[in-house]
Write a protein that binds this ligand. Structure first.
Ligand code: PRX
Length: 625
């Protein structure tokens, strides 16, 4: 088979020689020589109320990090800077549509977080209680998350694009006591009401005692006495000083739901100490976030990327975050480049789906703006295909900015595989495991395979920010660490490693579809479709798409007597949108008479997908007649 020549990009000499960049090999060697000493050195940059007994205790599949230690992540994100040189440094630049702007110094953020922490306490929120945050990407979201962490409560942020059913599942799954939300979110010149979605989601959500609502619109929406509280009033009445509650390193910091292969989403639990160290380490060494950077991570804070690299990581290193509510094409396709010029953004971390969209809109848009402040580009969420890499490198990075294609997951909490700044970059390949991570590509058994052959990306040893468990489903957690005969951590990603140890990701091996960088479970979509009165059975697959990576294609068997009309297609899509939100809506929907199934009744999505793509369906010996 003819293999195209692999291109290699060598970093600009100013990066190779930069004293700020640690040599990959040296750092990896330091880690290999003594992993615990490596993490101890990193963790020692941070402030702990009580030192740990052990860096790590590993009883497969359970790891405890910084055992016995006590900390508060907000003390590290706030006091560590406020009490030193960064008191008046900008923590957050926020740019809203129509030129609205808000700026928070570290000191201002610190004050708001403390008031919100006290407000939550006044409502009876205590250490370990869960608080659901359903807010768009505005500063109040950052304040609410940190306020929870401040008092030892566990936040579970739900992306504000999710529909009522998805929100209800996450609220009830986590047993949230409080929901923090807004009346509406701003998008593309209009507004999307959130309150009605929350109201619907709260039917059958018995654990919720109060809802805090940020009212941004005039006239102000009415509040239900006692049950619904005004965000601003609550903060205004709260005491100023809020003590950071010391939590154990192993206590949960947050739960973040991610799609499961079964219908129910999985509540990924991250523990305070290990997560803090992982987020800090990778933001400092992989993203190389420095004192004078203005750093823009375009991910919504409702996703793990927003948690680790939108908020916690940059605040831990004392960086300046740029946060924006602008979508990339409104008011025009130049807006993001304009923002980069206006704010002097130096590090720009985004997703392949956005890059492909920009490619399509044309380089005349970025060419209108001065992007010379940029020094580093990043990508996450799905494979960065070589064409998109090259476009990004040339038209945004102007052939000088390195590109970090970072592979990781909600479950891993931090970067795992990438090409660290200073190393040669190979488009199409994410890169190598970062120092601190032992990742490899293996066969089903967990044994090594020759370079260039397809296998599974597996992780051999624990790392600090690995998930602690799956909330109330420890069995599901254990499954992650049961890959092959050695019990590796399974990423559920297919991959290939080349002779130099660079890893290329080939997509999921399970029933998750990555649509425009968002993780959606086939089962969730199928169960939403089946809940419609016209539907008997449904199957969903990811169909490759040049822009979004994948689109969702659904196959639906109708109940007897139901007419397969165009209007019904529309209704079914709408039904999914209302239940799960716009990201889960099938782009294509076909009515069929039967679905390929195994004899045991499992839908063979692989067969549907192969047929859809005009490919050989492979082994179909288990297919029912
Ligand atoms: O399939 C991989 C893909 O996204 C999955 C994790 O999704 P999620 O938990 O939503 O986290 C996304 C942000 C960290 C992975 O199993 N993925 C993520 N980054 C990459 C990627 N696939 C290829 N290349 C990447 N850089």
């Amino acid at each position: 088979m003819h293999k195209p020549e692999q291109k290699v990009y060598y970093p600009d000499p100013c990066y190779r020689d930069s004293a700020l960049i640690h040599d990959y090999n040296e750092l990896y060697h330091e880690f290999e020589k003594d992993p615990d000493a490596f993490w101890r050195r990193i963790a020692s940059d941070l402030l702990w109320f009580k030192q740990w007994d052990n860096v790590k205790v590993w009883n497969h599949p359970y790891a405890s990090w910084f055992t016995g230690a006590e900390l508060n992540i907000t003390y590290n994100c706030l006091e560590r800077h406020v009490n030193n040189d960064r008191r008046n440094k900008v923590a957050i630049f926020w740019a809203g549509e129509n030129g609205r702007e808000r700026i928070f110094t570290y000191y201002q953020l610190y004050k708001d977080v403390m008031r919100m922490g006290n407000a939550l306490k006044s409502l009876g929120v205590r250490k370990g209680d869960r608080v659901c945050i359903y807010l768009p990407g505005i500063p109040e979201l950052v304040v609410s998350m940190l306020a929870c962490a401040r008092i030892g409560a566990v936040h579970t942020v739900v992306f504000a694009g999710y529909g009522a059913k998805a929100l209800n599942e996450r609220i009830t799954g986590a047993g949230a006591k409080i929901v923090i939300t807004a009346d509406a979110s701003v998008r593309r010149g209009g507004s999307i009401p959130l309150k009605p979605i929350v109201e619907e989601a709260l039917i059958n959500a018995p654990t919720v005692e109060r809802v805090i609502i940020l009212r941004t619109q005039e006239p102000k929406v009415g509040l239900l006495d006692e049950f619904e509280l005004d965000y601003e009033e609550l903060i205004a009445q709260a005491d100023r000083y809020c003590e950071p509650v010391p939590v154990n390193s192993e206590d949960p910091l947050f739960i973040l739901y991610t799609s499961g292969t079964t219908g129910a989403p999985k509540g990924i639990v991250h523990a305070a100490g290990g997560y803090m160290v992982g987020a800090y380490y990778t933001t400092k060494y992989v993203l190389t976030l420095r004192e004078n950077d203005v750093y823009w991570c375009t991910a919504d804070p409702g996703w793990i990327t927003g948690h680790t690299y939108g908020i916690y990581g940059p605040l831990l290193v004392g960086g300046t975050i740029f946060l924006s509510e602008y979508t990339p094409d409104y008011p025009d396709a130049g807006i993001w480049w304009k923002l980069i010029e206006d704010y002097g953004v130096t590090i720009f971390y985004t997703a392949p789906t956005a890059i492909r969209m920009f490619m399509r809109m044309g380089e005349e848009w970025p060419d209108k703006y001065d992007l010379s402040s940029l020094r580093l580009l990043g990508s996450v969420g799905e494979p960065l295909n070589p064409e998109a890499f090259e476009w990004f490198y040339k038209h945004i990075g102007k052939n000088k900015c390195p590109i970090l294609d970072t592979w990781w997951q909600t479950e891993t909490g931090m970067h795992m595989v990438t090409t660290m700044v200073g190393l040669p970059m190979k488009p199409g390949f994410a890169g190598k495991p970062i120092p601190g991570v032992i990742a490899t590509v293996v066969n089903e058994e967990g044994d090594p395979i020759p370079p260039g052959t397809t296998g599974y990306l597996a992780i051999k040893e624990p790392w600090p920010s690995m998930m602690k468990t799956v909330y109330q489903n420890d069995e599901r957690y254990r499954q992650y660490w049961s890959f092959g005969k050695y019990g590796y951590y399974s990423s559920n990603d297919l991959a290939v490693m080349d002779e130099d140890g660079y890893i290329m990701l080939l997509g999921r091996s399970d029933d998750i579809i990555i649509v425009a960088g968002h993780n959606v479970g086939t089962a969730e979509i199928e169960s939403a479709l089946v809940s419609h009165s016209a539907v008997a059975e449904a199957a969903a697959i990811g169909k490759p798409d040049p822009l979004k990576g994948n689109i969702i294609k659904a196959f639906v068997i109708l109940r007897n007597g139901v007419e397969p009309t165009q209007k019904l297609i529309h209704d079914l899509k709408y039904h999914v949108r209302i239940m799960l939100g716009p990201i889960s809506v099938p782009a294509e929907l076909d009515f069929v008479d039967s679905l390929p199934k195994t004899r045991s009744g499992k839908i063979m999505r692989r067969v549907l997908k192969a047929k859809e793509m005009g490919m050989d369906p492979g082994d179909i010996s288990t297919l029912d007649e």
